[in-house]
Design a protein around this ligand. Structure first.
Ligand SMILES: [Zn+2]
Length: 805
């Protein structure tokens, strides 16, 4: 029994974490020789290699090549192919004064079904990339997967209904191709269901992270058909409330049912030059296809599409299979959990294994675990000081250290609370430390109500949970009571979230009921069997929570590392008896301390600045020609200059870089060096009036990838139109409004407003071209530990105009 006391907690924690990590591995890619009806990542890789040779943002020369290639492939597959030119719109920002527009070329390939009147399945991916990223994952992987799915469906067809493959343009510029399709495309009326394939990293398992409304029956079909179905209803519940968007947003806004899948590991390759075909984890692509192909096949042959029913509660279990059930079953599971917890509490109280006070302290102890782990990790988030893309990607270069460091800190905090409770540690020191840490959050980056709140909560909870010895049953049962109450609240407010609460609770409650039910046995074999069951349940619970936690951390952890505290709290009940056993040994404090130190060291390593050759940091420098002042600049929109930008900015006979603004495009100071003026292609910007209309006309220079027009009127402007079409763009006196046009028409764009009375307007336009000006001195090559990001290595041409009336 002594060994169990000593090692049980560690064995279960380690096995749980290992099992959780293993369950997150994607499957092996299927070879080129896989059966014709199967999805093969290796086959799809040929398309990715062809598409993701170079960055291909909307408006670039490269996207024309990609489009031609795709059209060739759609033709080769003998789908009914068409190009859908159109215009897409998306507000940039919430104040109505910034609008993104693109001239888009969506591509459509239809695989005809036997009955063409049936609602069709739309399989969607986007074929543009961001600037400076070849986009092998985002979203050449989705595009190539769609082609491979089309090929496999043909091999097993014909099927009952049409499958429409939509390859959207300008997703990265603001879902503009999807806007054009879902707002105006005539074939939209034929669409009954949408499946979207995306990537926000280039590794890991593909998860179904978002559905359309009324998903119950559809999730049921997905769980049955998809191979290795992954995803959970907590994620989709949270995602709904986040500002993130993909093309699928437009489908949801149209009320269409559907599924949205993405893989999100190794985000250093998200929107960076690292997103090369050879860098992409092929297993991620395989897992995407493994899930989408059988799902689309089943839908294509279903006599009717899944009806809209109540949203399901669902999750994959260690990546092996998916459980799903309606909310009413969620209630039933909670009733079972409540019965098990109630039984344990009753037996413990009756047998004097625990007192009511101990159970109450156990409840406070679990909340203390959540609050103190949350506090520590929130403080870590403050210390990491993410003040922009440079810092964000800097942390991504060593993301695994951050994840494991945060995980160890959370585990150490949990063990610390268990030890303090088991030993009856005094309250005063933890309560004061919590207050100090809560206050410390405000020392970095300004007043921090969240940190202060967590500090206060942890302080109060420490006062409630500590000061007396709490025996194992009290701590165990008290923790489960808290999770039960949280699960009931979630079941009322957001049923999808309960999947992460109810199951860890049920597992812990089962163990507790068995141990307490059999109670104080003298039979050694029974005692051993009970210990084994409790250990096994703890391993399973920890593994599933580690898998959920790691995935959630990849999604939102960089912005708020404290999310991991939730998973530490939920893992606590199943680990509680083992942790309590270990807490009684003289090694407990030392072990928690060592774990916290190792966690902190891993995080400190993750926070180091600078990249490495295989995991570079991002950098940026571009040439800005201000034709209105006759000056030229080399600009780096970074917080901190690195070796390359320090050399590049003054390299063409320029001045030392200093931070200054260049309104209205760089309104906050950025690093700038005045540089040698060289010829650049110039857009023509004119502002005129025709009766009561103000006309802002811009004719882009050849090769312009995108142009942003900004205007600041002195009097209100109304009835905005773009090329004659009414648009939503507020223009208020004294404030800048902005219109960004991607892939602008070479014949020019006209922005017009109605004017009244007298007034004036300042207009400025910034046009982007790929590469440095031909006659500028080429910047030195980037060292291997730096990579271009955003609008780096472009030429921006600034022109101004104005008019009084
Ligand atoms: Zn994307």
């Amino acid at each position: 029994m002594k060994t169990v006391r000593f090692l049980g907690f560690w064995i279960c924690l380690a096995l749980g974490l290992i099992l959780g990590a293993l369950s997150q591995r994607p499957p092996a890619p299927a070879p080129v020789s896989a059966p014709a009806t199967a999805f093969s990542a290796d086959r799809a890789m040929a398309d990715i290699a062809a598409i993701a040779q170079r960055p291909h943002p909307t408006g670039s020369a490269e996207i024309v090549r990609v489009r031609d290639y795709l059209l060739g492939r759609i033709n080769e597959l003998r789908l009914e192919v068409s190009v859908r030119p159109g215009e897409g719109f998306w507000p940039y920002g919430r104040d109505g004064r910034a609008l993104g527009v693109a001239a888009v070329q969506n591509l459509v390939g239809v695989l005809p079904g036997r009955d063409r009147t049936l609602p069709a399945i739309l399989v969607m991916s986007h074929y543009d990339s961001v600037h400076n990223s070849p986009g092998a994952a985002d979203d050449a992987s989705g595009t190539a997967a769609a082609l491979e799915i089309a090929r496999a469906l043909k091999a097993s067809g014909p099927h009952a209904r049409d499958v429409i493959f939509l390859f959207t343009d300008a997703e990265e510029a603001g879902l503009l191709g999807a806007d054009a399709f879902f707002s105006r495309d005539p074939s939209l009326s034929r669409v009954g269901l949408v499946v979207n394939m995306e990537a926000r990293g280039d590794a890991g398992r593909a998860a179904m992270f978002q559905t359309g409304p009324g998903n119950g029956a559809l999730v049921g079909l997905f769980a049955r058909e998809a191979k290795g179905a992954s995803g959970n209803s907590m994620a989709s519940t949270v995602y709904e409330k986040m500002p993130n968007d993909t093309d699928f947003t437009h489908a949801v806004n149209k009320g269409l049912p559907g599924l949205n899948l993405a893989f999100i590991d190794n985000q250093l390759a998200y929107h960076t030059p690292l997103a090369r075909p050879d860098h992409l984890q092929r297993g991620s692509l395989q897992h995407m296809g493994d899930q989408v192909l059988p799902t689309v096949l089943a839908l294509a042959n279903a006599p009717t599409l899944p009806a809209k029913t109540e949203n399901a509660i669902y999750s994959d279990v260690l990546g092996l299979f998916m459980i799903r059930y309606p909310p009413v079953v969620g209630w039933a599971l909670l009733v079972i959990a409540a019965a098990l917890v109630g039984f344990s509490a009753w037996r413990a109280l009756a047998g004097r294994g625990a007192t009511g006070w101990e159970i109450a302290r156990g409840a406070a102890g679990l909340l203390l675990t959540a609050a103190s782990a949350g506090l520590v990790l929130h403080l870590v988030g403050r210390l990491l000081m993410i003040d922009g893309a440079q810092r964000y990607y800097g942390l991504l270069t060593r993301f695994d250290f951050l994840l494991w460091g945060a995980g160890l800190l959370a585990a150490a905090t949990g063990l610390g609370v268990a030890t303090a409770q088991a030993r009856g540690a005094r309250r005063i020191i933890p309560a004061v430390v919590a207050l100090i840490l809560g206050g410390a959050c405000s020392l970095i980056g300004g007043f921090d109500p969240v940190g202060l709140g967590l500090g206060l909560a942890a302080s109060v909870l420490a006062a409630l949970a500590l000061g007396f010895r709490t025996e194992v049953l009290g701590a165990w049962i008290g923790g489960m009571v808290v999770v039960l109450l949280l699960a009931v609240a979630a079941q009322v407010l957001a049923p999808g979230a309960t999947v992460m609460l109810t199951w860890p609770l049920l597992v812990a409650a089962l163990g507790a009921a068995l141990v307490i039910g059999v109670g104080g046995t003298r039979d050694k074999r029974v005692a051993m069997a009970l210990t084994a069951v409790v250990g096994l349940l703890a391993i399973l619970s920890t593994a599933q929570l580690a898998a959920w936690g790691a995935w959630t951390f990849a999604g939102v952890g960089l912005m708020e590392p404290a999310v991991l505290a939730v998973f530490a709290m939920l893992a606590a009940p199943a680990l509680s008896p083992l942790a309590h056993d270990f807490a009684a040994t003289r090694w407990a404090w030392r072990a928690a301390g060592v774990m916290a130190l190792v966690g902190a060291a891993l995080i400190a390593n993750a926070a180091r600045l600078g990249g490495e050759p295989d995991r570079p940091a991002i950098t940026q420098a571009l040439h800005v020609a201000d034709l209105s002042s006759g000056k030229a600049w080399r600009v780096a929109d970074l917080k901190r200059l690195d070796g390359w930008t320090r050399a590049t900015l003054p390299d063409d006979g320029g001045s030392e870089p200093r931070q200054q603004a260049l309104a209205p495009f760089w309104r906050e100071p950025v690093w700038m060096s005045e540089t040698r003026v060289v010829p650049v292609a110039s857009p023509q910007l004119t502002v005129t009036r025709a009766e009561d209309r103000l006309l802002i006309r811009l004719i882009p220079a050849p090769g312009a990838e995108q142009v942003t027009i900004r205007l600041r009127p002195s009097a209100p402007l109304s009835q905005p139109r773009l090329n004659g079409r009414p648009i939503t763009l507020a223009a208020k006196p004294g404030q800048w409004s902005s219109l960004t046009y991607h892939a602008p028409d070479p014949n020019g764009i006209t922005l017009s407003f109605t004017i009244a009375g007298s007034g004036q307007v300042e207009v400025a336009a910034l046009e982007h071209h790929d590469g440095w000006p031909a006659l500028a001195k080429a910047p030195p090559p980037k060292p291997a530990d730096l990579m271009a990001f955003g609008m780096s290595d472009k030429t921006a041409v600034l022109v101004r105009a104005g008019l009084s009336w």
